[in-house]
Ligand binder design. Structure first.
Ligand code: G3I
Length: 367
């Protein structure tokens, strides 16, 4: 029997009215859950947050209100990436990142810095400079400007984003611009560089593709553990990892016997764990909406029940709050006329079964 069967009414039956959503709001009928994802998470000493963009928060009052009700942490979805901050070598564009940082400060939200080194968000001018000169000063100047600027505010930095190569690449690391310029040591060097500019921030590597029982993700888990082990044994200043958790209904089922030992081995290295980009990619858009939403919620509940059993998991961040603004509304999906429903709220900020699954899992997790 589905572990959700007994909660079916919680997942599908509660069509909340706007009044019921108002903060602090009445409790959901038939449950004793606190009326906020952040509050639910706080029950086990954890946090809940979401990725956001300041332009969207400014433009939409409903998004802002929903965000502030549910989130204790915010991750900039794009503003703190290198290409967003430095469109040319001598031109910085801090307005959006500063705006989100001020929003966080004004509302008492913790800020996750995302992400210092990520090949796809490295500006073209920096890629050329790195490829030609192999000059670490290009990285160093970037870190000094960005890590230094948000030193007092960023709790955790994603120092390196997505370094693992699923294939048989060198040392199972992507042969990205940093690897090509500096070899595999670029990761340890980046952590040391970040530490110089932010002595108190926690430093993390953020990565995807660890959640399912298939050969590719098995190799990815093994490669990631090897990397973490190597960094820790060499004394690199690595404090935490981010597991993105872009779940996928085409890859299931999720298995505790696969995920739990992986988390345990990370924790055994003394590292904290955050779930950093949770959402769900749908694969079958022909099913009735209620069934689609139920499957998304069930995936999230199954995942969180596994990961929240680990004390090293400190918090959960979803990659946005509403389906309407999700990166999963990609061109391929849109071209088919489909609309992915892999975040807690629909386009009008009505909570979907995924919202209730999140809330129940966060509130029910063992402290
Ligand atoms: O801001 C520019 C705008 O000026 C320009 O007119 C427009 C034209 O395309 O592009 C805008 O930038 C886009 C930006 O989002 C803001 O909308 C970029 O092209 C687009 O690539 C960027 O996509 C983001 C992507 O990372 C790359 O930065 C997605 O929103 C964001 O959800 C995605 O997030 C990543 C995580 O950082 C790492 N893990 C995977 C995750 C999903 O891909």
């Amino acid at each position: 029997m589905s572990r959700l069967a007994g909660r079916r009414e919680v997942l599908t039956g509660l069509a909340l009215t706007p009044a019921a959503l108002a903060w602090p709001g009445p409790r959901a009928k038939g449950t004793d859950l606190p009326a906020s994802l952040a509050r639910a998470a706080a029950r086990s000493g954890r946090y809940f947050g979401a990725a956001a963009r300041i332009d969207q928060l400014r433009a939409e009052e409903a998004l802002r209100r929903t965000f502030l009700r549910d989130c204790a942490w915010v991750t900039p979805e794009v503003h703190m990436k290198w290409d967003a901050l430095a469109p040319s070598p001598h031109q910085f564009a801090f307005e959006a990142a500063d705006g989100l940082a001020s929003f966080a400060k004004d509302h008492g939200l913790k800020l996750r810095g995302h992400a210092l080194l990520w090949d796809p968000s490295t500006p073209v001018w920096a890629k050329s400079a790195l490829a030609e000169g192999r000059d670490w000063a290009v990285v160093s100047r970037h870190f000094a400007a960005v890590v230094g600027r948000y030193r007092e505010q960023v709790d955790t930095w994603d120092v390196v984003n997505e370094p693992i190569d699923a294939g048989a690449g060198p040392r199972s690391l992507k042969p990205n611009v940093f690897f090509q310029a500096f070899g595999p040591d670029y990761i340890a060097r980046a952590l040391q560089e970040a530490r110089r500019h932010a002595p108190r921030a926690r430093l993390a590597i953020n990565e995807y593709g660890f959640d399912y029982d298939n050969p590719v993700e098995r190799r990815r888990r093994a490669a990631f553990l090897r990397l973490l082990h190597d960094l820790k044994s060499r004394g690199a200043p690595l404090d935490a990892v981010g597991l993105q958790a872009h779940l996928d209904l085409g890859k299931g089922p999720l298995k505790a016997e696969i995920i739990s030992p992986f988390l345990q081995r990370i924790a055994d290295l003394g590292l904290k764990i955050a779930i950093t980009e949770l959402d769900v990619r749908e694969r079958d858009f022909r099913l009735p909406l209620a069934e689609r939403d139920r499957r998304v919620a069930e995936e999230v509940r199954a995942y969180l029940d596994i990961v929240l059993a680990h004390p090293a998991v400190e918090g959960v961040t979803t990659w946005g709050l509403t389906d309407r603004l999700s990166w999963l509304q990609d061109q391929e999906t849109a071209a088919r006329g489909d609309h992915n429903r892999g975040l807690p709220y629909d386009g009008q900020f009505r909570p979907k079964p995924m919202y209730w699954a999140l809330r129940a899992a966060l509130a029910g997790a063992v402290a």
